[in-house]
Structure formats: structure tokens, C-alpha cells
Write a protein that binds this ligand. Structure first.
Ligand code: ADP
Length: 397
């Protein structure tokens, strides 16, 4: 009874196919460049890898190509017929106030996700296109929406409200929603197992092209660095993260068009803005090591901002059981982890340098530290598959 997980981005569809109970991964891949000059399809199944240039103009055609590949590529292909796929789990970025957990998709859910498009104009429409395509091409499969915001439904009002006029919240939905929730929930659940503590107090750090921190008390999210949109918080690849909002008025009043201010904060800020080199941490860090001062400042500012949130969140989850690093930077850069964690021994955070330089899921704290520090590679798709499988089972029983 395979379950398909679909993650539609602004011009790509990532997917994974899981076997019964969402236990084992059968196949996966990506179609990128959708709507562009030359879309590509990368697919892996049965220990084989495939790459093809394909004609895909939209998500509808993309999902059709994925289903065709799952039933046709590999020897044998992971499924004999598309009708074998019993569930499709979709990552949906914005669930607003409405969705506090994963739900079976019906037309009411589709309408609500559509209405939340104004809050996530880059993401929700793409997610919806994937949902519609899957309903069309796999009419017998149960669709499940797993929301990036849902994990933060436990945030108390003092963490999700901004200190702005109350009517902004009431009339325009101005509040902190949080994002990367699927990843933070995966990390929280995984850490609970590793720490053998069902309801741990944690700070989870998802540090990738997008980056966010989450404070978790008794296994539940109590604060997060991202806000009404993913722009707030940490320094990211191209996003500025926190900034004094008066900077925006200053620039507008100086005559910069709003579109340019928006582009500067979302696409030209972050590591790219500070370094002038790249949004890619690895490249920026390489240049910093080679003596480039702007690159060094970008790395230092990135680490400084993470430390600022780490400190703030340690206070909220005291006594903290664990700090978790994840995302492309958090998982792979011992240098970033070293910069973020140095000098925090008096807070109980003691890094073991040899463990820090290792690979894969592991504890990197020294045995003398009172707070466990872990690197946990995130796996959002497996969590989406598990939720889909669970809702499928609920239907059957
Ligand atoms: P996304 O948010 O797109 O999923 P990722 O989680 O893949 O992003 O993270 C991408 C970031 O991880 C990039 O900035 C990249 O440079 C960084 N990264 C990946 N591998 C390494 C590495 N070995 N050392 C340092 N940074 C790395």
C-alpha cells in the first residue's frame, strides 16, 4: 500500500514514494525548471538513477510524469500500476489559524488553503496545484495536507502576537505563524526518542537556505524565529531576517520603490547581501577562510543571529534537555556549529570537537555538558508519509 509524498515549490516538484506503513523508501526524485526552458526529471528507484529532459509546462503535467516514472522506470518499477498508490501526502506551507494538524483533503480544505494564498503567495498556489493534479491523476488515493505552520499552533498568544494595533490582528491576520514546522516537529519527535524523554525541552535549529529556530517545551512549540512570513528571524541565504521595520519607511520615503525594498529584503539580503558573493553558506565560508572580509562578516553575522535566538530560547525552555542542529548548514558545517556554540560551557553546552567533525545523526556534546547537543538530519517527507499513513489507517478502522 504505497504512499506518495509531494512537495511543490515555486518551480519544482520533489517527491518520495514509501512502502506500507511509511516505513521504507521505494523511490524519489525531483522535477525542476517547471515552466522554464528545459525542465529536468531526476528519479531514483530500485538502486538505479534516471535523468531525463522532459516537456513539463505545469504541475499537472509534472505529477503525471512522476506517476508514469513510478510505474515505468526501474527494473522492476516500484509500482505496477498507479492505482496501487493509496495515499498522497502534500506539504502545504500556510495553514493559517485554521489548521493545527494534518487533515484529509476535501473541497472545503482546498477552499481554505486557497483563501490563505494571500499570506503565502509564493507557496500555497503551488501546493494547491499539486493537490489538484494528484486528485485528477490518482482519484482513488486519499489526499492529506501536512502544514508547515501546524506545529506552531501551540504557541501562546504572547509568543505569536505582535505589539501592534489589535485591529491589525483581527482584520488582517497580522500575527506570527512560524514556518519549517514539519522539520521542527520531525526533529522534536526524533530527539524525544534519542533522549529517551517523551516530552523534552529543546531548542531546534533548522539552518539551511531558509533558517529558523524553535523553542520546544514539554515536546510542544512555544516560540519560533519566523513570523507572519518566513522573512523574520535568522540571517538566511537571501533573506535579511530581523530588521527594524522603520528601515522600510526610511527607504520608501527616500524614494526606493516598494518592489525594490521587497526584493532587497527577500532576494538580495542575507548571506548574499552581506558577502556580495553568494547565498550559499559553503561558498561564503570558503571565501571567508581565504581572507575575504565581507564573506567573514556574513558568516559572523549569521552565527551571531543564531546565538541571539539560541540564548533567547534557552531561557524559555530552561532547564533545556537538548539543542538540535539540522538543515544543510546545521547538518554539514562543523565550523558553523563551532561558531554558534563557542563559549557557552557555563550554560551547559559543551561541544566535543571530534564528535562535532563526524557525520550523520549523532550527539556532538561532550559527556561533561549538562545539555545534549545533537545533529539530526531532517526528514520532512518521512513525517508527511507517516501522517498520511495514520490518516489512511483511521479511515480503514
Ligand atoms: P534548503 O532550505 O534549500 O533545503 P538546505 O537545507 O539544503 O537548503 O541547505 C543549503 C545550505 O546548506 C547552503 O547554504 C549550503 O551551502 C549549505 N551546505 C550544504 N553542505 C554544506 C557543507 N558541507 N558545509 C557547509 N555548508 C553546507
Amino acid at each position: 500500500m504505497p504512499v506518495l509524498v509531494i512537495n511543490c515549490g515555486s518551480s519544482s516538484i520533489k517527491y518520495k514514494l514509501y512502502g506500507p506503513g511509511a516505513e521504507n523508501l521505494l523511490a524519489g526524485g525531483i522535477i525542476d525548471g517547471i515552466g522554464g526552458e528545459q525542465p529536468r526529471h531526476l528519479h531514483a528507484a530500485s538502486d538505479q538513477e534516471f535523468e531525463a529532459e522532459i516537456e513539463v509546462r505545469d504541475y499537472r503535467q509534472g505529477v503525471a510524469a512522476i506517476i508514469k516514472a513510478l510505474a515505468g522506470w526501474g527494473s522492476p518499477p516500484p509500482i505496477g500500476d498507479p492505482s496501487e498508490i493509496v495515499g498522497v501526502g502534500h506539504r502545504v506551507v500556510h495553514g493559517g489559524d485554521r489548521f493545527s494538524e494534518s487533515v484529509v483533503i476535501d473541497s472545503a480544505v482546498i477552499e481554505e488553503v486557497e483563501s490563505l494564498g494571500a499570506l503565502a503567495p509564493l507557496h500555497n498556489p503551488a501546493n494547491l496545484a499539486g493537490i489538484r493534479a494528484a486528485r485528477e491523476h490518482l482519484p482513488g488515493a486519499l489526499g492529506v495536507a501536512v502544514f508547515d505552520t501546524a506545529f506552531f499552533s501551540t504557541l501562546p498568544p504572547h509568543a505569536y502576537r505582535y505589539a501592534v494595533p489589535e485591529r491589525w490582528w483581527r482584520d488582517f491576520g497580522v500575527r506570527r505563524y512560524g514556518f519549517h514546522g514539519i522539520s521542527h516537529r520531525y526533529l522534536a519527535e526524533r530527539a524525544a526518542r534519542l533522549l529517551e524523554n517523551p516530552r523534552p525541552n529543546l531548542v531546534t535549529l533548522h539552518l539551511g537556505a531558509g533558517a529558523s529556530a524553535c523553542a520546544i517545551r514539554d515536546g510542544k512549540a512555544v516560540d519560533t524565529s519566523m513570523g507572519m512570513t518566513p522573512l523574520e528571524g535568522l540571517v538566511m541565504g537571501t533573506r535579511s531576517g530581523d530588521i527594524d521595520p522603520a528601515v522600510v519607511f526610511h527607504l520608501l520615503e527616500t524614494g526606493l520603490p516598494a518592489s525594490e525594498v521587497r526584493r532587497g529584503l527577500q532576494m538580495e539580503g542575507g548571506l548574499l547581501g552581506l558577502s556580495g558573493i553568494s547565498s550559499d553558506f559553503r561558498r561564503v565560508a570558503d571565501r571567508a577562510r581565504a581572507g575575504d572580509r565581507a564573506a567573514a562578516l556574513a558568516v559572523e553575522t549569521f552565527a551571531h543571529r543564531v546565538r541571539r535566538y539560541l540564548g533567547a530560547f534557552l531561557v524559555q525552555v530552561a532547564p533545556c534537555d537538548g539543542v538540535v542542529f539540522s538543515g544543510g548548514i546545521g547538518e554539514n558545517s562543523d565550523e558553523a556549529r563551532h561558531l554558534i556554540l563557542s563559549g557557552l560551557e557555563t550554560l551547559g553546552l559543551v561541544v566535543d570537537p571530534a564528535r562535532n567533525c563526524g557525520e550523520g545523526e549523532r550527539r556532538i556534546s561532550a559527556d561533561t555538558g549538562s545539555v545534549d547537543i545533537w545533529v539530526i538530519p531532517t526528514d520532512e517527507e518521512s513525517l508527511i508519509a507517516r501522517d498520511t499513513s495514520r490518516l489512511l489507517n483511521d479511515r480503514v478502522s
